[in-house]
Write a protein that binds this ligand. Structure first.
Ligand code: CA
Length: 398
């Protein structure tokens, strides 16, 4: 691949091989779709003279499907590499520090999986100490639940500490109030572009036809609310108050060099969950609390691939819609430094972590800022950056 005429800093995760999509507004201007290159955002409506990118959301473009996604990517590469286009395209570049970034797409349905064997094992040990940590279904299907699409928010949105009903095992009765166990879940999200008809199952082979790209997710979780409410129907208000999304959607086309096999699956999954291609992904996540690195979860260790999640999610004929988001579940690796939630890092508060300023945390305090970032290998030794998903905790409303 040729070089871009844009000045991209050495080591940037946003070179020509990445080109992630987002929605931005220049100072005083309307929202539009752009791609990131180096420290700039390229206005696509202006560059490609195409109104689909002036809508302030990626959805119209997502709905156009794989052939169109590839065509547009090729045209963007030409615009950023051909010297003859430079004078025309350069005015459409905006310094990323000078624009406002928004939620990149309208979320249709939101499903959250539970695909890390380490995370599921750790939580099983904490919540069911007298039983096998993994429930009998876990290695036969990607466990998941439907979340709340309307409370998926852009990175940077303040997260108000939720109130709810909670009852610790020793409490005589439940009470209502501020969550005392507010937590994060560092996850990877998959964005559905092309939908599917009601009644049709989408196979693992069709993953690339439906899924446009990948982003970062922080699935904020109130553990005390969750622990009391989740039996027998699963997560509800302990999760639905907010889920934060990174501003950049990295297209699948940028991730070929990051594809790896999932860990060996034993027992072998049922036929509809088998894959002819590898869709494990070698993303390295980093979790920072008030700027301090507290965990480095490795996505490559995830037991179920996103293609398997998609096949399972539609195995009953449930339709896909443009803008559907499914998240991987908390990414946790085997080493304690690789755990993607505070409940695991502090073992449900039994082993608080000490920060550089000398304070300790079992869970999040008001005023805490959590930043999740990631990168992955790109072609020809490049790195593919995912940017950051950031959220700061505000005090509860009462
Ligand atoms: Ca989750």
């Amino acid at each position: 691949m040729s070089q871009t005429w844009v000045d991209v800093p050495a080591g940037s995760g946003f070179g020509l091989r990445n080109l992630p999509y987002g929605v931005f507004a220049p100072q005083g201007g309307p929202r539009r779709v752009g791609v990131r290159i180096g420290d700039y955002v390229l206005d696509l409506a202006a560059t490609l003279d195409d109104p689909v990118f002036a809508s302030g959301s990626l959805n119209a473009f997502l709905a156009q499907g794989r052939a169109r996604w590839t065509e547009v990517r090729n045209r963007i590469v030409m615009a950023l590499t051909e010297d003859a286009q430079r004078s025309r395209v350069e005015p459409a570049l905006h310094p990323v520090d000078g624009v406002r970034l928004y939620l990149p797409f309208e979320v249709a349905d939101y499903v959250d999986f539970y695909a890390s064997e380490q995370h599921a094992t750790n939580l099983g040990r904490m919540f069911r100490p007298d039983a096998a940590p993994l429930l009998p279904n876990w290695k036969h299907l990607p466990v998941g639940y439907h979340g709340r699409a309307g409370t998926v928010v852009a990175s940077g949105t303040a997260i108000r500490r939720p109130c709810g009903q909670r009852k610790a095992p020793d409490d005589a009765a439940p009470s209502f109030g501020r969550s005392r166990k507010l937590d994060i879940e560092a996850e990877v999200g998959f964005v559905v572009g092309a939908g599917s008809p009601l009644g049709d199952a989408v196979t693992t082979k069709d993953f690339r036809e439906h899924v446009f790209g990948v982003c970062l997710v922080n699935d904020w979780s109130a553990r005390d609310i969750q622990a009391w409410e989740y039996v027998p129907l699963g997560p509800f208000l302990g999760k639905s108050f907010a889920t934060s999304l990174s501003p950049w959607i990295v297209p699948l086309d940028a991730l070929d060099a990051a594809r790896v096999a999932t860990p060996a699956q034993d027992p072998a999954p049922l036929e509809y969950l088998r894959e002819s291609e590898d869709w494990g992904l070698d993303l390295q996540l980093r979790v920072r609390l008030n700027g301090e690195l507290i965990a480095q979860p490795p996505y490559a260790q995830m037991y179920w691939s996103p293609a398997q999640m998609l096949a399972h999610m539609t195995a009953n004929g449930a339709a896909l819609r443009t803008g559907d988001l499914f998240a991987s579940g908390t990414v946790s690796g085997p080493d304690p430094s690789q755990r993607g939630s505070l409940i695991e890092l502090t073992w449900n508060g039994a082993e608080p972590i000490t920060l550089a300023d000398g304070t300790t945390r079992k869970f999040l305090d008001d005023g805490d800022t959590v930043t999740i970032s990631a990168d992955a290998p790109g072609p020809e030794g490049s790195r593919i950056g995912f940017g950051e998903v950031i959220g700061r905790i505000e005090p509860a409303a009462r």
